[in-house]
Design a binder for this molecule. Structure first.
Ligand SMILES: [Zn+2]
Ligand SMILES: [Zn+2]
Length: 149
């Protein structure tokens, strides 16, 4: 099966191409991703330099915390990515909104994070790594959003 490497927003004004095919996608249950996505944010981890914007005139960003920003289409409102801006080994890491990929065929949900923030009304079936907020913060070596260290 051919894994899609292209995607974009709902109106098509923002388009991108990935350097390599994604290996899967993860779910983030945090309250900010819930607001940003309008549901459950599903993201594809893309290393810095792993994505080329083929069209980005309407691409806008919002600084959602001291250590990350979020990208969206200013015309159609599609959620496009979360990007780590905090200094560190993972700076520039993009979590690309999986739904923006032209097809999710052949890809699996491989991990969940902020599992301790997941609303009780829904849950993904199956077994996979599930990280808490504390485990995620330790992984990215960034200070907590509130600034308490
Ligand atoms: Zn758009
Ligand atoms: Zn999140």
């Amino acid at each position: 099966m051919t894994i899609a490497t292209t995607g974009g927003c709902l109106c098509g004004a923002v388009r991108y191409t990935l350097a390599t095919a994604p290996e899967g996608y993860g779910a983030c249950h945090c309250g900010m991703c819930r607001k940003f996505s309008g549901g459950i944010e599903l993201g594809i981890d893309v290393p810095p330099g792993g994505l080329t914007w083929d069209a980005d005139e309407t691409l806008a960003t919002y600084t959602s915390s001291e250590w990350a920003e979020r990208g969206f289409c200013s015309r159609c409102g599609s959620s496009l990515f979360w990007r780590l801006t905090a200094p560190g080994p993972m700076q520039g890491l993009l979590s690309l909104s999986a739904g923006s990929l032209d097809s999710l065929a052949g890809l699996a949900l491989t991990y969940e994070c902020y599992i301790d923030s997941k609303p009780e009304g829904h849950a993904f079936a199956g077994e996979r790594p599930r990280m808490t907020e504390a485990e995620v913060l330790e992984m990215v070596k960034a200070p907590p959003p509130e600034g308490e260290t």
